[in-house]
Design a protein around this ligand. Sequence first.
Ligand SMILES: [Zn+2]
Length: 122
Amino acid sequence: MDSRVSEDADGNRALVYDLSNIQRGVRDCPHCGHTMERLSSRLSVRTNEGYLLDSGDNEAEAIAYHALGVAGLAMSTLYRHTLLPLISKLSGELHTRRLERTLKSHPESLICRNCNHVIRRK
Ligand SMILES: [Zn+2]
């Protein structure tokens, strides 16, 4: 199953086995061609999805300050340090929860390591 036919320079065809990929039924992503992994193994690793690093860029705050004064600075600071990380964390958690639901109804589902494309399988 995990083999592909490849052609070398001389035109000879040979079966290439992907030995790093010996899980049953694992295949390549139809979108980007990267190796997919089982959704169950993805979700067994807890990730901080949605975690956002502060860019340290103060430009937005400076612009807000000049445009709106202290109130603008306060709003900009609130947005960047409270709302933005919150929204980002929430959407990451929603994404994970959706994947967990998919896994429950389709235990053999695969997910792409590169583009997160999901193939549902029972
Ligand atoms: Zn992909």
